[in-house]
Structure formats: structure tokens, C-alpha cells
Design a protein around this ligand. Structure first.
Ligand SMILES: [Zn+2]
Ligand SMILES: [Zn+2]
Length: 152
């Protein structure tokens, strides 16, 4: 004759690092989880509730952060952000070089950056190391006025 005594109920230790409480291994203390060996979840009910709400919050925060990082300033329609100088300019051949391979038909860099890069490369390519002092024939322009003040 088997007698069911409360003392014989197997105990289960909550796996949450801040809890680790030995509790009766019953659905009263642990959420049922058919995927687990003993049919109960790793965390006690209290911890499951806590982690669920915390995870939910953290997930939402992470998603919001990701959105912010991916899209810090939304670029208005018809405009394009230069991936070199980060300026938002009109997506026209006036500011960007045409590039049929890209999705919008324009290159990633604005024209002034492309020019700057080409100048830079040209200067670096010249054997200037032998010269005692290198004087650039013109200062590198980073953001020319009229382009920087593009109306938008
Ligand atoms: Zn717990
Ligand atoms: Zn640029």
C-alpha cells in the first residue's frame, strides 16, 4: 500500500541564478513544460513571471535601439544620404554620380566626396615621400558651401 505523503514530493531547484530555491516539483510551483524531462520548466513560477516581463521589456528596448541605430535621421523621399560625408542631398545627378548597378541608380557617395577621394588617391599615388615638405596644391575641401546648404 503506497501512501502519498507530502514529504515524498520530489523537490526541484529553481535554475534562476538569483533564486536557486528548492521547491516542490509540482505545477503549483513550476509552470508545466512538456519539453522538459520532468515536465516542468527550469524556473519557478515567480522567476518565470519575472524573467518573462524583463525579457519583454529588454526586447522592446533592443528593438527600439536597433531602429534608432539603423535609421538615425530618416532621409526624405527623393533625397539620398552620402555614405562618406553623411550629408543628405537631393538624389539627382547634380549631387550624385549615376550608377546603374545600385538600387536607386546613384552611387553611394556624393559628387564632392567622389572628387575628394579621387584627388586624395591621386596625391597618395605620386612619389611625394622623397620631397622634404609636401605642399598640397589646394586644401582638401570636405563640404563645399553650396552643396552643404542644399535646400530640403
Ligand atoms: Zn525561482
Ligand atoms: Zn559626400
Amino acid at each position: 500500500m503506497i501512501q502519498h505523503q507530502p514529504a515524498n514530493t520530489p523537490t526541484k531547484i529553481c535554475s534562476h541564478k538569483d533564486c536557486n530555491k528548492p521547491l516542490p516539483a509540482t505545477v503549483e510551483y513550476f509552470y508545466p513544460d512538456p519539453a522538459k524531462k520532468d515536465g516542468l520548466s527550469y524556473y519557478c513560477r515567480t522567476c518565470s513571471k519575472l524573467t518573462a516581463s524583463r525579457n519583454g521589456k529588454a526586447r522592446r528596448r533592443a528593438a527600439a535601439l536597433r531602429r534608432k541605430v539603423e535609421n538615425p535621421n530618416p532621409v526624405p523621399a527623393g533625397y539620398k544620404k552620402c555614405s562618406s560625408c553623411k550629408m543628405i542631398l537631393q538624389a539627382t545627378s547634380e549631387f550624385f554620380t549615376k550608377r546603374s548597378a545600385s538600387a536607386d541608380g546613384f552611387g553611394y557617395w556624393c559628387k564632392s566626396c567622389v572628387r575628394g577621394y579621387q584627388n586624395d588617391r591621386y596625391h597618395r599615388g605620386t612619389p611625394s615621400l622623397q620631397l622634404p615638405a609636401q605642399l598640397p596644391d589646394q586644401p582638401l575641401q570636405q563640404a563645399p558651401g553650396p552643396v552643404a546648404n542644399a535646400p530640403y
